[in-house]
Design a protein around this ligand. Structure first.
Ligand SMILES: [Cu+2]
Length: 512
């Protein structure tokens, strides 16, 4: 492994969200320390040599985050967030999606190469309250840390904020042979990073905290734990970090500037490990890092910080010495040649607040914005047209595929961007070139993953087609059907229905 240790966050400092007028800084937790919640692994309903069956239920519940009243929350097979779902590459997976919530939701598999728009679970795949639906797929993608979250446009922000987000692990034989910790809850630890504001009686209030540039709160939650500690009982610990926030980007570092090693990004293990002391994640991005606590002794405490706010306290216990060295090369990344003759596709993310748009338009569920042939490899240039001063980093996310990052304003991508990605933070004034190939036919959304930006219309959809099916027909959701459903479910007349993203359309004089 290269001995170089990177000591910066890579992103352009003037664009950090700390400078934005609407920024809500994290506050140091006042609640007593609690053990870090580890979302348990979901048990399959049934498993055979070739097939695995799961039931994933979106359900309402109550969660004890703080002393006093419990908070009303939603989760997957859990009161908040979810049980962790494990998929094995090559197996045929069957999932029953149950909606036990009072309103419609969708089940989006963020980072999975599955066909859209139904299995992928974006806005066109509603499951109505009290109903369930079935999906099945066979995964052909490398081991990775991905996630499941609700995605009913323009209500994604509110539902994710309510707690509908769960970690999903893809496993394969390549990762299984690498010298990585993989004992779940012991030395293989999820860190789902979110932030919330607790109102009276410890309740969340999405509408009161609504901001078209992203909803934030001053209290950090890690796996739904306020002010967590974790007992370290092995020298090396692997952390699977997910930015599951609606808007917050997380700048992470350990006390003592402890060096750690990033081994994975969104789409799986990186070709080579990267040593660093600082890591910034934008919304929906994942990083797998391995931390070596070998220089500490029982009784020591190591703190993980977000900016300067303590996030997790690692309490060091006795552990057996571990001298495992990571190889210099971890996995091969298949980087296909660009298909000759194709133009570079240009995607412009523009505006702030209610004015956000993608290629000058707001998202429309019934409009297909682009087409690309399955198997073709094309460059996409992702442009953030905001000013360097006063702009935001837009995390650009694609459904249905993992891309590679080619360049940032013509320069090398960041050192930890050489693996597969499905989300990439684009600085104001920057053009990020990515290489895109769809393996499966379908209709796929691509958008900013500041969730209020996507709900506000910074989103579009592309048809990945095959030569023998140039114009597949999909039944797409429409605003009238959606509004009627929410109106009936909430017992609110259509003209009184409030969804955050709709304000962005209304203020721009547009209909969804
Ligand atoms: Cu954005």
């Amino acid at each position: 492994m290269s001995d170089k240790v990177y000591t910066d966050y890579f992103f352009d400092e003037p664009a950090f969200n700390t400078h934005d007028g609407g920024f809500v800084p994290l506050e140091e937790a006042k609640a007593p320390q609690q053990p870090l919640n580890i979302p348990p692994l979901l048990k399959p309903d049934k498993e055979t040599a070739t097939d695995t069956y799961y039931t994933v239920a979106a359900q309402p519940g109550e969660t004890q985050f703080l002393p006093g009243a419990k908070t009303k929350t939603w989760g997957y097979n859990n009161s908040v967030l979810g049980q962790t779902i494990v998929f094995e590459k090559g197996k045929h997976i069957h999932v029953t999606l149950k909606n036990e919530l009072p309103e419609l939701t969708t089940f989006h598999w963020h980072g999975l190469d599955v066909t859209g728009p139904y299995v992928d679970g974006g806005c066109h795949a509603p499951v109505y309250p009290g109903k369930s639906s079935q999906i099945d797929f066979t995964l052909d993608q490398p081991a990775a840390t991905v996630w499941l979250h609700a995605h009913p446009c323009p209500e994604t922000g509110s539902q994710v904020y309510h707690g509908l987000a769960a970690m999903v692990l893809v496993k394969d034989q390549v990762e299984a042979k690498l010298p990585f910790p993989r004992n779940w809850g012991v030395d293989d630890i999820p860190l789902i990073l979110q932030d919330r504001r607790f109102h009276d009686d410890n309740q969340w209030n999405y509408r009161e905290d609504y901001d078209p540039d992203g909803v934030q709160g001053p209290t950090a939650l890690v796996n739904g734990t306020v002010n967590p500690y974790f007992d370290v009982k092995t020298q090396r610990v692997r952390f699977r970090i997910l930015d599951g926030s609606n808007r917050r980007e997380w700048r992470l570092h350990f006390g003592d500037n402890l060096t750690f090693t990033q081994v994975g990004s969104d789409g799986g293990i990186m070709p080579a490990p990267v040593k660093m002391t600082k890591l910034m994640l934008t919304c929906a991005e994942r990083a797998e890092i391995i931390v070596d606590f070998g220089n500490y002794k029982p009784g020591d405490e190591v703190v993980l910080y977000a900016d300067n706010v303590p996030l997790v306290h690692f309490r060091i216990h006795e552990f057996a010495p571990d001298h495992t060295q990571l190889p210099e090369h971890l996995v091969d990344i298949n980087d296909p040649e660009v298909t000759p003759g194709l133009p570079v596709r240009k995607i412009v993310m523009s505006g702030m607040d209610e004015a956000v748009a993608l290629n000058g338009k707001k998202f429309e569920m019934q409009r297909i914005d682009a087409r690309q042939k399955v198997g073709d490899v094309q460059y996409w240039d992702i442009v953030n047209s905001n000013d360097k001063e006063g702009g935001m980093v837009h995390p650009f996310h694609m459904h249905g595929t993992q891309f590679t990052v080619i360049s940032r304003n013509g320069h090398e991508p960041y050192p930890n961007e050489h693996g597969y990605k499905d989300t990439v933070g684009v600085n104001p004034g920057e053009t990020v070139r990515i290489k895109v190939r769809f393996k499966l036919p379908g209709l796929y959304m691509y958008h900013c993953h500041i969730i209020e930006h996507e709900d506000g219309g910074m989103m579009a959809q592309i048809l990945a087609y095959t030569e023998d099916n140039l114009n597949p027909h999909y039944k797409l959701m429409d605003m009238d059907t959606l509004m009627k459903a929410f109106s009936a479910e909430r017992g609110v007349p259509m003209d009184k229905l409030w969804m955050g993203g709709m304000e962005s359309y209304a203020k721009m004089g547009m209909k969804m």
